[in-house]
Design a protein around this ligand. Structure first.
Ligand code: MSP
Length: 504
């Protein structure tokens, strides 16, 4: 049976340019999408941008531009991000798309018609960084600790969503689906938040004009979150393609900063609109620089485009999956990127491919012959482990499992010492078998890595004369490599990088 897999990233605010933190979620979503394609699933991958935030309007005003004009100018760098990361998103949504705005109005109208919206006055401290009201105990010296920005007093007559009415239904949903939110400690966090009691929240803004007009009260615009969350549904209604609705419900990836919006508000809004809640949510941690969340407002960022310029997309994808356990917080640094590039990509993987191709070229004139001796590793077990771990979104663990085989193959080269076997004519058959096992293992590694390192995987397969069009997981098995001719010593997969003196 063909399964369907619909994955989303948060839509990123366009008030500034992308950081490695934004690239992180996009890379993770792409790894999962490619993996599901390898399983033969039908996939849909959505990413995009959130334009209707007040902070976007503020930046536009600082630059003397209308918000839409500002968004139109900056959106290119956001659209370029997935392309440069080699991410295979099916659509890139902008919340200023007409199709999205129309859908949001219909969606909010359904909630209104359902009787879940009422008018009230709200007054409180508001963080424009989070686009969220804060209680006084969430502030430190009057500032939001996440953005280090002073919270502003806001008092308005708004339209409110009756979130409190959904408490029981949400708890039931959580009870019925113990894996609704992963990792489990995030599930517990969300569930106990619901248990403590839910407060209604305002879904409109009276003092702003930048946003989607409320259909029954066009003097107000939709609160940016009531607009943005709906993107996950709206895209399926107008993106190019047939019957995209069939992909709902989605798997949402997000960082812990926006857990409450996604794990509580969003399912409740969907229930109120008469829609199915998401399939699952995975909440990952923060990439930190110097132990603080990497963010533009704190000024501590790594620009993913600069890293790609130096190391290439595959290395950045690798680093994102590898550097910190997906789900936990972790520190990142440019030095660490370089260190892993040299030690793991160039030495462990790159050398393995260079040696394998060089030895087939040298000892067998570039011909690879299939042999029957079983190698001392179990590729089938790796395939099953990949499926099981990636079903739990453990992209770091899955990559580590692939790396176990990479290291095992390097060890196999040392232990079987083909250069010794080559000196002894009586051991010719043994050498042929060792070279086949190596090429076969490296082929399985390339297929397994293709979700993480799509360019390098294709180069490895080509270097070994193996087909690269079918990347099905079934190829991660013993005997997957086909006989081939004309194998030549492969040039380094991850060449040494000379940094300009200023960057050293
Ligand atoms: N626009 C909202 C999301 C609306 S979704 C309906 C928003 N935008 S954001 O630009 O602030 O992006 C936040 C998301 O970017 C995080 O949830 C995470 O996916 C990613 N990250 C940005 N910086 C990050 C880190 N330093 N570390 C990990 N992820 C980070 O919130």
């Amino acid at each position: 049976m063909v399964m369907s897999f619909y994955v989303t990233t948060p839509i990123y605010y366009v008030n500034s340019t992308p950081t490695l933190g934004h690239a992180y979620t996009t890379i993770a979503a792409d790894i999962l999408t490619r993996h599901h394609r390898q399983r033969g699933d039908e996939t849909y991958f959505l990413t995009g941008v959130d334009e209707h935030a007040d902070k976007v309007a503020r930046v536009a005003a600082e630059q003397g531009l209308a918000p839409q004009e500002y968004a139109d100018r900056i959106v290119g760098v956001w659209q370029e991000l997935p392309r440069r990361l080699n991410a295979t998103n099916d659509f890139f949504i902008r919340t200023s798309d007409d199709g999205h705005k129309r859908f949001v109005q219909g969606f909010l109208q359904r909630i209104y018609d359902h009787g879940d919206v009422y008018q009230d006055v709200y007054a409180g401290y508001y963080c424009y960084g989070c686009e969220e009201f804060k209680t006084e105990d969430q502030l430190v010296d009057g500032k939001c600790p996440i953005h280090d920005l002073p919270a502003e007093w806001l008092e308005e007559k708004n339209w409110f969503f009756r979130l409190s009415a959904y408490q029981e239904q949400l708890l039931r949903l959580y009870d019925e689906r113990p894996d609704f939110v992963l990792p489990h400690f995030r599930y517990n966090e969300a569930r106990s938040f619901i248990e403590r009691g839910l407060r209604d929240f305002s879904i409109s803004r009276a003092t702003q004009t930048w946003g989607v007009p409320i259909p029954w009260d066009p003097d107000q615009v939709a609160y940016v979150w009531a607009d943005a969350l709906v993107n996950y549904r709206s895209a399926l209604s107008y993106a190019p393609g047939e019957q995209l609705e069939r992909f709902w419900p989605a798997v949402h990836l997000l960082a812990k900063d926006i857990l409450r919006f996604h794990c509580i508000y969003w399912p409740a809004l969907l229930l109120a609109a008469g829609d199915e809640p998401p399939k699952q949510l995975f909440v990952h941690g923060y990439l930190n620089l110097d132990d603080r969340k990497m963010s533009k407002s704190l000024g501590n960022v790594i620009d993913p485009r600069e890293l790609i310029d130096v190391y290439g997309a595959d290395a950045v994808r690798f680093y994102a999956a590898r550097a910190t356990t997906f789900g936990q917080d972790g520190n990142v640094s440019v030095d660490d990127v370089r260190e892993r590039y040299e030690r793991e990509l160039a030495n462990d993987l790159g050398n393995l491919v260079s040696r394998t191709t060089a030895m087939i070229s040298r000892y067998r004139g570039g011909s690879l012959e299939q042999t029957a001796e079983a190698p001392p590793w179990d590729a089938d077990a790796l395939r099953e482990t990949l499926i099981a771990t990636l079903d739990r979104f453990e992209i770091t663990t899955a990559l580590e499992e692939i790396w176990v085989l990479v290291r095992r193959l390097n060890q196999y080269v040392e232990q079987s010492a083909p250069w010794q076997l080559a000196k002894d004519d009586e051991r010719a058959a043994e050498l042929t078998a060792v070279l086949y096992n190596l090429a076969d293992g490296v082929t399985a590694v390339a297929v397994a890595l293709s979700a993480y390192l799509p360019e390098s995987a294709a180069r490895i397969l080509a270097a070994l004369g193996q087909p690269a069009d079918d990347l099905s997981l079934d190829r991660i098995t013993r005997g997957t490599a086909v006989a081939a001719r004309g194998i030549e010593p492969a040039p380094p997969l991850f060449p040494r990088i000379e940094l300009p003196a200023a960057a050293q």
